[in-house]
Design a protein around this ligand. Structure first.
Ligand code: BES
Ligand code: ZN
Length: 626
């Protein structure tokens, strides 16, 4: 930043307070990404060429979000000609640690009238501190022979790859030309168009197109030595070599989930192809809805499809999130609450109310835990958090998911399933390809109910939107998610807590669906004070936690139970687990429970192993374990 130039401020009333960009003055329409990788140096580099149109022709500068990458050149492209443009980087911005250091490009003074469109090409290179990419060493992959890299742009990490208007308010068409040496496969969240091999350089160049406008947080790249298995005409899965068949089996229901969502929402799947990519263990989420290429954690490979609700969730985002998008991160629940609603609607349609209610119960318990962790007065416990000046990911918990779901479930219960389905159809139809806040939905709901529902006006008067959106702390509305499966879990839980668990109970437990096992363990954790040595030992021996092969959702809860009831006989297994999976949903509570029992050991373990975790997971874990 040259002297005398002012630092960029964010207007607290701006439509999106997580971006520095002047997207209200200049509209970003299309980006063409060129990218190549240097695995040993851990860099992504190339150019990003963006076509903008003026909204306000008096604009003198173009401000883009940027956090980390080095900018080598900025040029204006006119016909075939390129002219260098001057730029500065606001390195001392007050929010440089959370929101980055905006790139300010001086726009040319055109001699005649300003053109409608501007094409600007920027050369960039990331460094090893880039938090939106994880580069994995060969030893961190399954094959141990090839490198791996992947991006995670949601919420505001796209700006750590290259300069962009990094706001979900600005949707863009994207093309990517990606270059990497054989035998690596460089993937992108779009449709593959061309593929060529250059013998001289041993490089493969792949061109992808995303022809539906997407927000920047859905830009996704990944590269590794991969194999592909087709699941159906439009679905398939990429994995590291060796995992393809297992993944194909695990995710076989993808097609069925898409069809169920299509039928419910009355709109065909817009994106043509649905592929999954199974990432290495360090992927910090369960799944990420990148268009045409959902990213998933390998912990879903349970062998029995029992964790496929994550797939139903990511598929649902194809409508709620990727077609109709939250316009800022205060409205994150508009993406996630609606998607949980759809995920559970799919469960309801395919497996019945009982399973859907059980999932809601498991979610509800998670919500209560998160509110307890945050503190009842935390802004992150409401659907409309105050995130001015902070990285929206800092407050990532299940609150927007579960409170958002509960609001929609409540609205459905007031008018009945059929009318609510019509509203969901209208909502998608009205706001497809756009970015909105929750008022968009509120209007569709009110409009429909007034016109079509008996005593509609009275029903609408009952709804206190303000309270639903702004209340902090525990949910004020009590639901009764009736579930026979949930009752079974509680009954067996009580039996163990009363000291009466017996070896006959093992078969019951083993035969349960993962969701029931989870609810059972959550019930015990909720009653951790009653888990004395006898209860603990009986649970451990009868259910066989030392040698039985349970999936990671189950083991994560068992480890929490063991540590929270102040037992250290699973610490070795806990350590192994923490090196086998980097999904925050597991490692955060397990690490933190371990910390409560053995602060010194857990911190030392984190310190010596932290580099295996994703930068985001590392940051969240450091908050306590530093
Ligand atoms: N979009 C989210 C993941 C995400 C959220 C990434 C915020 C970065 C910032 C994804 O769709 C998601 O919700 N994943 C869940 C799935 C679960 C709710 C079924 C997960 O990762 O656990
Ligand atoms: Zn989601």
């Amino acid at each position: 930043m040259t002297e005398g130039q002012k630092s960029i401020k964010i207007d607290p009333k701006s439509e999106d307070i997580s971006t520095f960009s002047n997207f209200h003055q200049i509209k970003q329409k299309k980006v063409e990404i060129f990218a190549t990788l240097d695995f040993p140096k851990k860099t992504l580099s190339g150019s990003i060429t963006t076509t903008f149109s003026y909204i306000d022709k008096t604009s003198k500068e173009l401000i883009l979000d940027l956090k980390g990458p080095k900018i080598q050149k900025v040029e204006l492209i006119e016909n075939e000609k390129s002219t260098p443009l001057t730029f500065t980087i606001d390195l001392n911005n007050e929010f440089k640690d959370s929101l980055g250091t905006p790139l300010i490009i001086k726009l040319p003074e055109f001699q005649n009238e300003k053109p409608d469109e501007l094409k600007i090409k920027i050369d960039y290179i990331t460094d090893e501190n880039c938090t939106g990419i994880q580069f994995l060493e060969k030893e961190q992959t399954i094959s141990k022979q090839y490198y791996f890299m992947f991006t995670q742009c949601e919420a505001i990490q796209c700006r750590t790859l290259f300069p962009i208007q990094d706001t979900p308010s600005a949707k863009i068409l994207v093309e990517a030309i990606l270059e990497v040496e054989k035998p690596y496969k460089f993937l992108f969240g779009g449709i593959e168009k061309e593929n060529s091999y250059n013998e001289k350089t041993n490089k493969i160049i792949t061109k992808y197109i995303q022809k539906i406008p997407i927000p920047s947080y859905l830009i996704a790249l990944a590269c590794g030595n991969l194999e592909y298995r087709k699941i159906s005409e439009r679905c398939g899965v990429y994995t590291e070599i060796g995992l393809g068949d297992k993944a194909k089996y695990e995710f076989e229901d993808s097609e069925k989930f898409i069809e169920t969502a299509e039928n419910y929402l009355g709109r065909k799947y817009d994106w043509e192809i649905y592929n999954l990519l199974v990432l290495p263990f360090s992927f910090p989420y369960g799944g990420m809805e990148n268009p045409n290429l959902t990213f998933v954690t390998p912990s879903l490979l349970a062998g029995d499809k029992s964790l496929s609700n994550v797939i139903a969730h990511e598929i649902s985002h194809s409508w709620t999130g990727n077609l109709v998008t939250n316009k800022n991160w205060k409205n994150f629940w508009v993406n996630e609450g609606f998607t949980i609603f759809m995920e559970r609607k799919i469960a309801e349609i395919l497996y019945g109310d009982d399973m859907k209610n059980l999932e809601s119960l498991v979610g509800y318990e998670g919500l209560l835990k998160d509110i307890e962790m945050l503190g009842e007065d935390s802004t992150y416990t409401c659907l409309n958090p105050d995130i001015y000046g902070v990285d929206p990911d800092d407050g990532f918990t299940t609150v927007p998911y579960e409170k958002g779901f509960q609001l929609l479930y409540y609205l459905e219960s007031l008018i009945g399933k059929n009318d609510f389905q019509n509203i969901m159809k209208n909502y998608i139809d009205k706001f497809k390809f756009l970015s909105i806040d929750y008022n968009g939905f509120k209007n569709v709901y009110e409009d429909y109910v007034k016109k079509n529902v008996n005593k509609g006006e009275e029903i609408l008067k009952e709804i206190d939107w303000e309270k639903w959106i702004n209340s902090k702390g525990k949910p004020f509305y009590k639901f009764n998610f009736e579930s026979k499966l949930g009752d079974d879990a509680v009954k067996l839980g009580d039996k163990f807590l009363n000291g009466n668990g017996s070896s006959d109970d093992k078969k019951i437990f083993v035969d349960w669906h993962t969701n029931v096992k989870m609810y059972f363990l959550k019930y015990l954790i909720k009653n951790i004070d009653k888990v004395n040595n006898d209860v603990y030992n009986k649970l451990k021996d009868v259910l066989g936690f030392k040698n039985e092969h349970y999936n990671m959702e189950v083991m994560n809860l068992w480890f929490q139970l063991s540590l929270k009831s102040k037992h250290d006989d699973f610490v070795e297994e806990v350590k192994k687990f923490l090196l086998e999976i980097g999904r925050l949903k597991f490692v955060r509570p397990v690490f933190f429970s371990w910390y409560e029992l053995q602060p010194k050991e857990s911190k030392e373990f984190f310190e010596s192993n932290k580099m295996v975790y994703h930068p985001f997971a590392r940051r969240i874990l450091s908050m306590k374990l530093k």
